[in-house]
Design a protein around this ligand. Structure first.
Ligand SMILES: O=P(O)(O)OC[C@H]1O[C@](O)(COP(=O)(O)O)[C@@H](O)[C@@H]1O
Ligand SMILES: [Mg+2]
Ligand SMILES: [Mg+2]
Length: 333
C-alpha cells in the first residue's frame, strides 16, 4: 500500500509521487520519535544552523531523511531551514520544495507534539527565483504532526484535507476533505513572556483579551502556548482561535521569529484554504515575497474574524493603543 493515498482531486503524478515520498519519511520519523531514548538521543544538541538556532539530533535526522527521499523525484530545488542554501536535487525536476524538517524541536525531550512543515512551488530557472516569490503562488503545502496521533494536513489549492496515519497499514487515510477553521473561539496563543517587547497594537489586543468580562470585550478568554507551531495550527484547525508571533524589540526579533518559507507561507496556505485568516499583523502573508531564503516575518493566523480584528488594532490612533484597555475606537463603532 502507498503511504499517501491517491488524492481525490487527482493531483499531477509527479506531485503524487512527492507526497508518497514525504508520507514514507514522515512514517519513518514518527517511528523514530516513538523509539526515542531507546537506542538514540533525539534531543541531543549537535550544532547550529544558519540562523544560529541550536540543532537537535532529530532536526538533522529529519532533514537528511527528507532530502535523501526526494532525490530522483520531480523536486528540482530543496530549501531547508537546516541548510544554508538551497540544494539542487534534480536538474530536470519541475518542483521547488521548502521544508522545516522538524518544527518545535525544543519539545523533543518533553514528549509534546512536533512536526514537519512543507511548501511546494513550481520550479523556476534558479533556486532564488523558485523560492523568493509570493506565497500565493504555492501549488501545495501542508504539515505532519507527530502527536498522540500522526496526521497530515495538506492543501493543493482546493480546500484543506486531513489524513490520519493508520499505524496498522502504515498509510495515511483521508478523514476530512474540507477542513474548516471554526469561526469563533475564546482562545489565543502567544508567548506572553515577551509582553514588554511587543508593539502597542499587539499589547492592546492581548490586554483586552486578558481583561475578560471587565474589559472592552466583555467576556473571558483562555490562553495556550505550546512552542510548537504545528501543534498550535492543529489546535486552531480543530477548534478555532488565534496565534500570534509578532515582531518585537529584542535583538534579532525585528521581524518576529518564524520563517516565511518554511513556516509562515505553508501554514498560511493551509489555514486560508480552510477559511481562516493569516497576516503579518496587518497584511496577508500570502501576498508577501521573502527577500532571502531564511527571511522571517511577524505572523498572526487563525479564525478569520480574530485575524481581522488584530489588523484593526493596528489602525487605531496611538493614544488608544497606549492606554490599558482604553476607549478603543474599534468598540465604539
Ligand atoms: O520559543 P518561542 O520564542 O516561544 O518560539 C516558539 C516557536 O518557535 C518554533 O519552535 C520554531 O520552530 P523550530 O523548532 O523549527 O525552530 C515554533 O514551532 C514555535 O512557534
Ligand atoms: Mg519551525
Ligand atoms: Mg525546525
Amino acid at each position: 500500500m502507498k503511504p499517501f493515498p491517491t488524492h481525490p482531486d487527482a493531483i499531477p503524478a509527479e506531485l503524487q509521487d512527492v507526497m508518497d515520498r514525504l508520507g514514507s519519511v514522515a512514517i519513518e520519523v514518527a517511528n523514530r520519535i516513538a523509539r526515542g531514548g531507546i537506542d538514540e538521543d533525539l534531543a541531543g544538541l549537535c550544532g547550529t544552523n544558519t540562523d544560529g538556532d541550536g540543532q537537535k539530533a532529530l532536526d538533522v535526522i529529519a532533514d537528511d531523511a527528507f532530502r535523501a527521499a526526494l532525490e530522483g523525484s520531480a523536486v528540482r530545488f530543496y530549501a531547508s531551514e537546516e541548510q544554508d542554501t538551497a540544494v539542487t536535487l534534480n536538474e530536470a525536476g519541475t518542483l521547488a520544495l521548502a521544508i522545516d524538517p522538524l518544527d518545535g524541536s525544543s519539545n523533543i525531550d518533553t514528549n509534546l507534539s512536533v512536526g514537519t512543515i512543507f511548501a511546494i512551488w513550481p520550479a523556476a530557472a534558479t533556486a532564488e527565483a523558485s523560492f523568493l516569490r509570493q506565497g500565493s503562488e504555492l501549488i501545495a503545502a501542508g504539515y505532519v504532526i507527530y502527536g498522540p496521533q500522526v496526521c497530515m494536513m495538506v492543501s493543493f489549492g482546493q480546500g484543506t484535507q486531513k489524513y490520519v496515519l493508520d499505524p496498522g497499514s502504515r498509510s495515511f487515510v483521508l478523514v476530512d476533505r474540507a477542513v474548516k477553521v471554526p469561526p469563533s473561539s475564546t482562545e489565543f496563543a502567544i508567548n506572553a513572556s515577551n509582553y514588554r517587547h511587543w508593539p502597542k497594537p499587539i499589547r492592546a489586543y492581548i490586554d483586552d483579551c486578558v481583561a475578560g468580562t471587565e474589559g472592552p470585550r466583555g467576556r473571558n478568554f483562555n490562553m495556550r502556548w505550546l512552542a510548537s507551531l504545528v501543534a498550535e495550527t492543529h489546535r486552531i484547525l480543530a477548534r478555532g482561535g488565534v496565534f500570534l508571533y509578532p515582531r518585537d524589540s529584542r535583538k534579532g526579533y525585528e521581524q518576529g521569529r518564524l520563517r516565511y518559507l518554511y513556516e509562515c507561507a505553508p501554514i498560511a496556505f493551509v489555514i486560508t484554504q480552510a477559511g481562516g485568516g493569516a497576516t503579518d499583523g496587518e497584511n496577508p502573508i500570502l501576498g508577501q515575497t521573502p527577500s532571502r531564503l531564511h527571511a522571517r516575518t511577524p505572523f498572526v493566523f487563525g479564525s478569520a474574524e480574530k485575524v481581522a480584528r488584530i489588523t484593526a488594532y493596528h489602525d487605531l490612533p496611538e493614544q488608544e493603543t497606549s492606554a490599558l484597555f482604553g476607549n478603543r475606537g474599534l468598540f465604539r463603532s
